[in-house]
Design a protein around this ligand. Sequence first.
Ligand code: BES
Ligand code: MN
Ligand code: ZN
Length: 506
Amino acid sequence: MNKLQVEAKLGRVEGQSSDMVVLFLFEGETTLKHEAAWFDKALHGAIIDTIRTGEFDGKAGDVLPMHAQGKVPAKRVLLIGLGKRREFKLDALRQGMGHAVKRARQAKVSGFIGTLPPVFPKGCTAVDVGQAMTEGTVLGNYQFTAYRSDGNGTPRHEVTQFTLLVPDKVRLKQAAEGVRRGTATGEAAVFARDLCNHPSNVMTPSRIADEAKAIAKETGVSLKILEKKEIEELGMGALLGVARGSHEPPKFIILDYKGPKTAKGSKPTVFVGKTITFDTGGISLKPSENMEQMKADMTGGAEVLASVRAAARLKLPMHLVGILPVAENMPGGRAMKPGDIVKTLSGKTVEVQNTDAEGRLILADGLAYAARLDPAAVIDIATLTGACVVALGQFAIGMLGTSDALKRRLQAAGQKAGERVWEMPLWDEYFEQLRSDVADMRNIGGRGGGMITAAVFLSKFAEGYPWVHLDIASTDWSERERAYIPKGPTAIGTRLLLQYLIDHSL
Ligand code: BES
Ligand code: MN
Ligand code: ZN
């Protein structure tokens, strides 16, 4: 459970006693207003001095801690830069709060306070601002210490409270709703990061099933776990094929959340998450360099679990189904071999030319299963291709799909969440590359357009409903620590999915 609590309260930061108060400042502005002016005056012009001397210039990412030495009731004042006022975006607040919570931890502060920024980013309400500030705080505070033997896995110092003080009742109500949303989306990403951080010897397909059980127990969401025998009976030959090389039996998990005000027989929104608990490549073995990162090849599934849990916690008025095809991709003695042909749940056959293109195989069965639920829309999310990393680098999620309306909605949600998508073409011409001499298609498309051919493969199973595929191979793992993104598993995509749900249900 996350120890950090964020709370919105009626009040002003001026005159409030605390261990630390956060003050937001824009770049290049030398006349202070509002609470910043009050603090500057109380500190005998110390804030203005740091700006005039250039020690602090308000650039995004700039942080300056000052000791108040009894001149104000707060022990410390932390200046946080938001960048240029004209370019102000929600993400500056997320980043600012990410820096703030880390400084609080360094200073061994347990609780700190702050207020809304003097102006809001264009088109944003106090709900959005409260949400983004909460997300930055919760996400920036993230540490994975479960396997540290010093201190029994608990971090050395914990920040336990951030209080957002809002001076008027109208904005307080909005900010409090933002805090409620941001706590749910932030904690969802934290939960997904934890699942991805656990090594594959712990986070096995059975453990994923246990996590789903725990969610069902906590939230009352209904849960179906198909075991190997039922997966065989249904005819999910692609999922079974991928799991063959492993001693860990596959699972097929269905979480069904029906929120308040959902009519009987309402069409569900369905999320399908790639859940490969470790991807060795199988017989088409991967090189060993960076292979340890393949413990996070279950990120899509982790994000789907996290979003269903958060949707239930937020009591979103909607019908949401989360589907996880789960397996471990190993080169065991009974493993699938290049050239093997599998029959998918849809009835279509696939020649497995490369066992390392396993994600699209398990998703083929997941997407065909989704069709049986008569969905309003299906979004799959997957660490699917190295080609996505090559094409998009670290900052964009690959997006391809058959529904323009759904794509536009995800684009908007991504902007808001700071987890942006970039569209690639899903043209049927690319199917040429997937033709097989012996089966309905093969599972790799050869050189060129690897992210696209993977999605075109999926499209053959995502039939009969509006569908979008998100390739998160580019963003799921960060090489460096950022303001609110840790080194390692990022869980990027979780807040995108949740923002989409929030925007279209609340
Ligand atoms: N899980 C990988 C994709 C991946 C690569 C995710 C790097 C994150 C970082 C996927 O299963 C895979 O191995 N894809 C192959 C497909 C190829 C054989 C057509 C790839 O991209 O190399
Ligand atoms: Mn693979
Ligand atoms: Zn994979």
